[in-house]
Write a protein that binds this ligand. Structure first.
Ligand code: SF4
Ligand code: SF4
Length: 356
C-alpha cells in the first residue's frame, strides 16, 4: 500500500470526474440523519459525517430487491432478470462498514454465489473514509480487531479532514479509480483517535454455549420491544423474506429485509415456531454473531459499529450483554443454570434448541 496526499479541492474535482463515469453514492444529510445516497451535486457530500444511520450494505443487499419479473404471455410465463447494475463508487464508507461488507461477502459469495450481490460487488469500488474521531459513543471496533484507519477492506482509504487528505491505495481497482486525481507524494496518516470502549469478546462462543439456557435471556427480553431496529441497522445482518407481488399486470419476486427479532420470522407453515419467545430470539441475535457465524465462516459477524446499542429504543446495549456474558455464573454442564442465584432457567421460554 502506498500513501499520497490530495487537497480538499482536488478531492472534489476528482469526485466530479468519478460521477461523470459511474454512479457515485456517498453520505448526505437527509432530515437530520446521514444516509448513503446517489450524488447529483458534489457539494452535497457530507465529508465530515459522523456515522450513517442505515449502513451502506443497502447498496449491495437492498432492503427491497426484485429478483425477477414474471410476465404472463398467451400460453406461458416469461421470467425476466432485473437490469444489470452499472459501475458504482461507494464513497466515504467507514472502516467498520467496509469490514461488514467483507463479512457479507463470505455469505453471499460462497458457492453458489448470490448472482445479484456478486454482480453489484464486482461493479462497485469502495472508497473508505477513516474516522477522525469516535463516531458513536457505543462503537467498539478495536475490540474486534478493526480500527478507525483500517484499509484492509476498501480499494482506497482517505484519512484526514479540512483542507487535505492522506490517500492510501489498497487495490488495483483503487489505483485505476484514482487515475484522474491530482495526488502529491508524501502523505502521512493523521493520528488515530482513541476509542473509549474496550469490550471483552475473547472466548464469547464458549460463553454463549454455556449460557444457552440461562434465565439471563428472559431478563433481557423483558425490556425488548421486538422492533427489529437492531437488525435493520446492523451492517452485517442479512435475514430476508421472499414475496411475490402483483405489480400492475405482471408479478415480481421480491427479497425484503427481515429480522430474527420478529416472531413471524421463524414461524413454520404448520404453526410451530422454533423461536417462539423474545428471549430465544434475542439469544439468537448474539449467538448468530458470536457463535454460529464464526463456526461456519471463521469470522465474528459483528464489527463493533455500535448502531444496535445506539438506536435501541430501550437501551439494550451489546457492550453490556457481552460483558454480562463474560461474568454470568453458569453451570459448566450445559444446563446454563446460574450457579449463584439458582433462578428458573430456559424452560421458562419453552423453545427448542435454535440453529444458525
Ligand atoms: S432494537 Fe432493542 S427493543 Fe428493538 S428488537 Fe432490538 S433489542 Fe429489542
Ligand atoms: S451487532 Fe451491533 S455493534 Fe455489532 S455490527 Fe451489528 S449493529 Fe454493529
Amino acid at each position: 500500500m502506498t500513501a499520497q496526499r490530495i487537497t480538499r479541492q482536488g478531492l472534489l474535482d476528482w469526485l466530479n470526474g468519478v460521477a461523470a463515469k459511474a454512479t457515485l453514492i456517498a453520505p448526505v444529510r437527509v432530515e437530520g440523519i446521514y444516509l448513503f445516497r446517489p450524488i447529483v451535486k458534489i457539494e452535497d457530500i457530507a465529508l465530515d459525517y459522523s456515522q450513517s444511520t442505515v449502513p451502506p450494505k443497502e447498496w449491495l443487499f437492498p432492503r427491497s430487491d426484485t429478483l425477477f419479473t414474471i410476465e404472463r404471455l398467451d400460453r406461458a410465463y416469461e421470467l425476466k432478470p432485473p437490469a444489470a447494475a452499472g459501475p458504482r463508487v461507494l464513497f466515504g464508507i467507514r472502516p467498520c462498514d467496509a469490514r461488514a461488507l467483507a463479512i457479507l461477502d463470505r455469505l453471499f459469495l460462497a458457492e453458489p454465489a448470490d448472482n445479484l450481490y456478486e454482480e453489484r460487488r464486482q461493479n462497485t469500488v469502495l472508497v473508505g473514509l477513516a474516522c477522525a474521531r469516535q463516531q458513536l459513543p457505543e462503537c467498539f471496533c478495536t475490540s474486534l480487531g478493526g480500527g478507525p484507519q483500517e484499509a484492509a477492506n476498501v480499494d482506497v482509504l482517505l484519512a484526514g479532514a479540512g483542507e487535505a487528505y492522506t490517500v492510501t491505495v489498497a487495490t488495483e481497482k483503487g489505483q485505476q479509480l484514482l487515475s484522474g486525481a491530482t495526488l502529491r507524494d508524501g502523505g502521512e496518516m493523521p493520528p488515530a483517535p482513541s476509542l473509549s470502549n474496550q469490550v471483552p469478546t475473547a472466548g464469547m462462543a464458549e460463553r454463549l454455549r454455556l449460557a444457552f439456557n440461562s434465565s439471563y435471556w428472559q431478563r433481557l427480553a423483558d425490556r425488548c420491544l421486538g422492533c427489529k431496529m437492531c437488525t435493520y441497522l446492523c451492517p452485517t445482518c442479512h435475514c430476508f423474506d421472499i414475496r411475490d407481488c402483483d405489480v400492475g399486470g405482471h408479478a415480481e419476486r421480491v427479497r425484503c429485509w427481515d429480522g430474527c427479532q420478529s416472531a413471524l420470522f421463524t414461524k413454520l407453515a404448520g404453526g410451530h415456531n422454533p423461536r417462539a419467545s423474545k428471549a430465544a430470539r434475542l439469544r439468537q441475535f448474539y449467538a448468530h454473531k458470536y457463535l454460529y457465524f464464526p463456526e461456519r465462516f471463521g469470522v465474528t459477524q459483528c464489527v463493533g459499529c455500535g448502531r444496535c446499542a445506539h438506536f435501541c429504543p430501550v437501551n439494550i446495549d451489546i457492550r453490556e450483554t457481552l460483558r454480562d456474558l463474560q461474568t454470568l455464573e453458569v453451570c459448566p454442564h450445559g444446563s446454563g443454570e446460574t450457579a449463584r442465584r439458582r433462578e428458573p432457567v430456559g424452560a421458562a421460554f419453552g423453545d427448542s434448541r435454535a440453529s444458525a
